[in-house]
Write a protein that binds this ligand. Sequence first.
Ligand code: UDP
Length: 361
Amino acid sequence: MNPRWLAVVAGTRPEIIKLGHVARALGPVGRVVHTGQHESPELATDVLASMGITSARTLTGIVGRSRHTQIGRMVEQLGDLFTSDEPAAVIVQGDTNSAVSAAQAANTAGVPVLHVEAGLRSFDRAMPEEINRCVISVLTDVHCAPTTTAVRHLLNEGVSAAKIELTGNTIVETTLAMVPAAAEAAEIAAQAGAEPHRYVLATIHRTENADHPARLEAILDQLTKLGLPVLLPLHPRTRQSIIRFGLTPALDRLRAMPPVGYRTFLGLASLAGLIVSDSGGLQEECTVLKRPLIVVRNSTERPESIAAGFAWLVQPGEAISELGRQLLADSALRPRLSAIPCPFGDGTASDRIAAIARGFL
Ligand code: UDP
């Protein structure tokens, strides 16, 4: 039995990215448990290394399974770990199957839960992530909310104000620490065959897009109509869907590539004329990098990026190329975005969260 440790649970690329600085701030008392929800070098092991996480305990038989199998197996394995090794608290991040499983496992083992990025709501229960968020909130003891909007959602659901901490989002300091300087970013763009500000960067991987042939086809088609080269680092799930749905010919007019390392990706994002994505994290990163982002989704749990003027929510279809061409033609956009403050905090969230977590020791 060793009560003097804190479990930092991460399973997917965005969780590793957003918890890396928290784990570092905790030092030896923070031990990373990698669930293996993402397992490939591009989505997991390389990302762990780039965040300076050299030792992480990993679960087995998780990657590529159905949602219920993943959750069942993770609750079982994490429950065993938390029961035998008794962490003082379990830190989970965001809205993944890993996060909801760890919260459930901690609760059954009688260990408190600290939720990083608490209180986000899309109010779209068709999104598995929304269900995960709501379940995690019920199981959480300390909610680290990134924005006042997130705090309000938690209060509206009856969470006691005493259990909520307004911390900002850890992505701010992570992006600032990892983004290459302009000259290096230009090199990275050149290696991808692109000129600064004269290309589009796109990523697509959410269920609502990647698992629906008509939506995915419409998105790929629209990307080809933006009038600039489109760099498309393909999530493995999307690549599989493109093959399965017979959409491979659409890639001839796009610059598809495997997922790139986080630093390389931020370099490409920092000099993109436009970003088009259904990612959650990119909705935050674009506000630090001051780049315009078209969010291709039904709904978003991050309205702050839109309200601030960095992002626009559109459905797959004509709107992508129409709005995209308009944004690319707007020469005043870049200086305008540069002057808008980031709505996700001041870059101190990781240290604040680590300090709150230490309170459990
Ligand atoms: N990202 C990356 N390489 C890529 C594409 C994305 O490092 O080729 C990063 C991106 O900067 C962001 C995170 O991965 O921080 C987003 O992950 P994803 O879109 O898979 O998840 P979401 O943010 O939607 O939860």
